[in-house]
Write a protein that binds this ligand. Structure first.
Ligand code: MLT
Length: 308
């Protein structure tokens, strides 16, 4: 009978599916690291994780038992894919389950930053009735640049359209005609949109191509006052460049949900004016967590039972 280890907290609906699954056994063992993690992985045929556990080469190397790992979520950057492949372990993800929640969080950060919601809340609860200090910006009629027009980028686009924003997009895998049919003007290079946009949001994985995409050179070209949002992966924006851009006044604001090293409790951006930060909450809704948990369990049990 195939056995499954659940390495991070999983929504109850996922565990209920595991309870009901015939011909599969499972154990929940969260918080494992180092040798404990390596040894545990050698006891099971399949594993389900979120982003908490780190499946590094050290813990995967030499594994002869594990056949598949499913990430309940999109990004598999906590799993070393080359090491998994060398050990014959298939890596899967659940790309659709948290699309809407992540897109909604990007919009939430854009609006919170534009209307100074976190700073105004803080000021009020500290006893100040300061209306002049928190003059904001309306998003209707502004131009939003979207880098990456996959599931999440497009979900952001349709929501931004409903907010009456103009959309400019970059995605090497989308045709200009298709983008146009979605109300998005496609540009050939990210730098082409920078002088024109009032807001920028990125929805790509962190790769060699996207790492540091918004750096000092990009900020030279960006429209003064542009506000940046990142609910994708830390490192796509160069944080040192963001600090300089905020200090010089070139950037109107920065809203981040993700950081180069997570968990992150110390960033030069924390506490700066016009900066809104959340601790990687894009997929943290009951709906998204239920959906990714259910998809992960279905994928893994099907794979372990049928090899497909
Ligand atoms: C994902 O990759 O699924 C999201 O960033 C959410 C997460 O990592 O928890």
């Amino acid at each position: 009978m195939p056995s499954i280890i659940v390495l991070d907290d999983l929504a109850p609906e996922g565990l209920a599916l595991l309870d009901a699954a015939e011909g599969v056994s499972y154990e929940v063992r969260t918080g494992l690291k180092g040798d404990d993690l390596k040894n545990a992985l050698n006891e099971f045929d399949g594993a389900i994780c979120r982003s908490g556990v780190k499946l590094t080469p050290d813990v995967l190397e030499g594994n002869t038992k594990l056949r598949a790992v499913v990430r309940a979520g999109v990004g598999t950057d906590n799993i070393d894919k080359p090491a998994a492949t060398r050990a014959g372990i298939v890596v899967m993800n659940t790309p659709a389950g948290n699309t809407i929640s992540t897109a909604e969080h990007a919009i939430a950060l854009m609006l919170a930053m534009s209307r100074n919601v976190p700073a105004a809340n803080q000021s009020l609860v500290e006893g100040r009735w300061d209306r002049k200090k928190f003059m904001g910006a309306q998003v209707a009629g502004k131009t939003l640049g979207i880098v990456g027009l996959g599931r999440i980028g497009l979900a952001v686009a349709s929501r931004a359209k409903a907010l009456e924003m103009d959309l400019v997009g970059y995605d090497p895998f989308m045709s200009a005609d298709h983008a146009k049919s979605l109300g998005i003007e496609l540009v050939e290079k990210v730098e082409d949109m920078l002088p024109r946009i009032d807001y920028l949001t990125v929805h790509t994985p962190l790769t060699d191509e996207t790492r540091g995409m918004i750096n000092d050179a990009a900020l030279e070209k960006i429209k003064p006052g542009c506000r940046l949002i990142n609910c994708a992966r830390g490192g796509i924006y160069d944080e040192a460049a963001l600090v300089k851009g905020l200090e010089s006044g070139k950037l109107g604001g920065v809203a981040l949900d993700v950081y180069p090293d997570e968990p992150c409790t110390d960033s030069p951006l924390f506490g700066m004016a016009n900066v809104v930060c959340t601790p990687h909450l894009g997929a943290s809704t009951e709906e998204a967590q239920t959906q990714v948990a259910v998809e992960a369990v279905e994928l893994l049990t099907a794979y372990l039972k049928t090899g497909a």
